[in-house]
Design a protein around this ligand. Structure first.
Ligand code: GAR
Length: 264
């Protein structure tokens, strides 16, 4: 079966390109049905255009500004409960300023209503975040994740998670003086760069390596890893499972992992 992908990007879109190429070469059983961005200037939108893939923009910056200046002008559907969403998300510290949290959720959810409306027409099986530099709230996540064992939103991150979450994974890896760097593809959950890990690739870092060297090595692996993880999804081989294991010396530990079934 060929799955339909909705891709969200913010920037250059080299991961998007790798995925489009894999689809066009029939290396993966997928098609990129639509590409969306939070950033009207994202270069990756041009890549989609070149391949005849529909694109859309939900201008987060404009929405965030409108919520800050005139919140009443940014309406949300009546069934959205920001307080409930605020309690379920885990992006901002619980002891944060409640006004700030409310504004954050108001603007992000308004943007997500628009994202969902744009994606709806394409009936996508999988949403991929390919350098999408915005956090998503439980409102968006729950819309796509109906079966807890089969999440439908993947992200790629430029570090070996859970090390170095955030906006500059390779920069953080470089500055920390790591001997190994890497990239991670994972299903997203309500946190920032958390959620069950599907695949990881690692590369060695030499003392003489510059940040640019690290980015180059990492991106080359990202372009292999993301299509691979999408193909596992397309083959319906991915499920999250919670494993309970006895801890030597007493007690039990639980962890949620992504199980990759043998090809069927
Ligand atoms: C990639 O390195 C990706 O891992 C990273 O942004 C870059 C996007 O490059 N994502 C994140 O940092 C998400 N937290 P691209 O636009 O060329 O694919």
């Amino acid at each position: 079966m060929t799955i339909k992908i909705g891709a969200l990007i913010s920037g250059g879109g080299t991961n998007l390109q790798a995925i489009i190429d894999a689809c066009e070469q029939n290396a993966i059983d997928a098609e990129v049905s639509v590409v969306g961005s939070d950033n009207p200037d994202a270069k990756g939108l041009g890549r989609a255009e070149k391949h005849g893939i529909p694109q859309f923009v939900v201008d987060y910056r404009r929405i965030i500004k409108a919520v800050k200046e005139a919140p009443a002008t940014v309406e949300l559907p009546a069934d959205i409960d920001l307080e409930d969403l605020g309690q379920r998300q885990s992006l901002l510290p619980a002891n944060g300023d409640p006004g700030r949290l409310k504004r954050f959720l108001h603007s992000r959810v308004a943007a997500e209503v628009a994202l969902i409306a744009e994606l709806a027409a394409y009936r996508v099986d999988l949403v991929i975040l390919a350098g999408f530099m915005r956090n998503l709230t439980p409102y968006f996540i729950d819309h796509f994740n109906k079966d807890p064992s089969l999440p439908r939103i993947m992200n790629i991150h430029p570090a070996l998670l859970p090390a170095f979450p955030g906006v500059d994974g390779y920069g953080d890896t470089f500055r920390y003086g790591c001997k190994v760097g890497g990239c991670t593809v994972h299903f997203i959950d309500y946190g920032e760069d958390t959620g069950p890990i599907i695949g990881q690739r690692a590369f060695p870092i030499a003392e003489s390596d510059t940040l640019a060297d690290i980015q180059k090595k990492g991106l080359a692996l990202e372009w292999e890893l993301y299509p691979q993880c999408i193909q596992w999804f397309a083959e319906d081989r991915l499920r999250t499972v919670t494993l309970t294991q006895e801890i030597p010396g007493g007690g039990v530990g639980q962890r949620t992992v992504v199980k990759i079934a043998q090809p069927g």
